[in-house]
Design a protein around this ligand. Structure first.
Ligand code: SF4
Length: 444
């Protein structure tokens, strides 16, 4: 390492280096070692030292973006095998397979039906996997049809001529070209490099996948995604795990790439089996999971699981404060309130919906805690609820003056009656399971 900026020794801990932003070279070196800062932030290092250290300090798994504009998504960049070690980085993306023999309009209509928001995250199928079936002209037409539907594209095509024709149409959309095999990797690598797209690599077994990936790297192309789909469920599962373990545990960067798992190839047309397997590959370790379809029945459990796995387990998931009109509630419907902890919200709103009684569920910022914890921490109090009413102008938006509060927060009743004059405070049962009968009785 050739350090020249030795005036660094004059720096005090309060005067960070203008070049690398650190108080000392040692602090810089420690951040580099942790992968928190790139080595080239220090301009005083020789190219040779930079090249050596960059390789040694590069993250174990590369991260990429594909898609363009609103269809752009991040994949890879994981640093740990288990979410309890550290929060995972890029959540699993879901894709639907479409080939030239499919009824494109029917498939895309079904795909577009699934679109909803859950705890601040838009849930929808992010990727279309376009499979080449031997007819180049039909494939290019399929690619044209797939563009403009707000989904990132994967071109699953091992035919170099067809892949080139498809990329002529959609390279600006930055698709993944999933087409390199042990037989064609040279021309596919050239094509991907020329078009600036990620290259998917597949092979009959793990050894061949490793050798093909290494050969593509030797050609100077390292923007890769590994298609770990094997001959059956067992092989695919083993491939996904061994590739990720080799990268993160053994620091073997030849396998340090995101992965694709195509469930159609290992579960046939059995959508129930595909859904069950998709849940497994969210955990172990599909960067992109491809399926035959994604109905609401499949999406709800899978997207919910994904959201749980790819969020910080230390931070409670919160819903946005606001007025949630349930069962067609309007200004004359009664109000109910609870905390913003996602689990509480979904249990309470689910039971209220089951009652069929229109009700405005008012969610205030309670720090993401459950009812009793929020109350004990002073985050769910008569004062915080009254403040929420004022800030959101509830009294002019809602004509009803009935407010249902959680049974576990019954202690707030008296204080709320003082802080919200004119409101009738009604105490709900202690447990959400009692809400259906309670709401029906209230509405009788
Ligand atoms: Fe200057 Fe930072 Fe390089 Fe040290 S590591 S020589 S402080 S730029």
């Amino acid at each position: 390492m050739a350090l020249k900026g030795l005036d660094i020794f004059k720096l005090t801990p309060k005067t960070n280096c203008k070049e690398c932003g650190n108080p000392t070279c040692m602090a810089f070196a420690m951040k580099v070692a942790q992968g928190a800062i790139p080595i080239d932030k220090c301009p005083h290092m020789s190219d040779e030292a930079k090249a050596t250290l960059s390789e040694a300090t590069a993250p174990p798994m590369k991260s990429f973006k594909f898609g363009a504009g609103e269809t752009e998504h991040a994949i890879g960049g994981e640093t740990v095998l288990f979410r309890h070690d550290k929060t995972f980085v890029a959540h699993t993306l879901f894709g639907v397979n479409i080939c030239t023999k499919c009824d494109f309009d029917a498939v895309i209509t079904e795909v577009e039906k699934v679109s909803y928001e859950r705890i601040g995250e838009h849930m929808y199928t992010e990727v279309l996997n376009l499979t080449f079936k031997g007819d180049q002209a039909a494939y290019v037409e399929l690619v044209k049809k797939a563009m403009g539907h707000g989904r990132a594209l994967i071109l699953e095509c091992t035919d170099a001529a067809a892949a080139a024709a498809a990329l002529d149409v959609c390279a600006a959309e930055k698709p993944i070209l999933n087409g390199a095999t042990p037989d064609n990797y040279k021309e596919m690598a050239e094509l991907a490099k020329a078009k600036g797209v990620l290259l998917g690599v597949s092979a009959p077994d793990l050894d061949a996948l490793y050798d093909t990936t290494a050969a593509i790297e030797a050609l100077g192309y390292k923007d890769l995604v590994l298609d770990v789909t094997g001959a059956n469920v067992k092989d695919t599962y083993a491939n996904a795990i061994q590739v990720r373990r080799a990268a993160l545990k053994d620091k073997d960067r030849t396998f340090g790439y995101p992965s694709i798992v195509n469930l159609s190839k290992i579960a046939g047309g059995d959508t129930t089996k595909q859904t069950a397997l998709a849940s497994m590959f969210i955990l172990k370790y599909g960067s992109i999971v491809l399926m035959d379809g994604m109905s609401y029945a499949q999406a709800l459990p899978l997207f919910g699981l994904r959201q749980n796995i790819f969020t910080d387990p230390q931070k409670p998931m919160k819903v946005e404060p606001g007025i949630y009109a349930l069962n067609g509630a309007d200004a004359n419907s009664p109000c109910a309130t609870t905390v913003d902890f996602a689990l509480t919200y979904f249990i309470v709103s689910g039971e209220l919906e089951r009652s069929g009684v229109p009700v405005n569920l008012l969610i205030s910022d309670a720090g993401g805690y459950s009812v009793l914890t929020a109350w004990a921490a002073g985050k769910f109090s008569a004062g915080s609820i009254a403040r929420f009413f004022k800030e959101n102008d509830i009294e002019s938006k809602i004509a009803s003056r009935d407010l249902i509060i959680p049974g576990k927060a019954a202690v707030l009743k008296g204080e709320l009656e003082e802080q919200l004059p004119g409101w009738k405070i009604i105490v709900a049962p202690n447990e959400a399971t009692g809400l259906v009968k309670f709401m029906k009785d209230l509405n009788a």
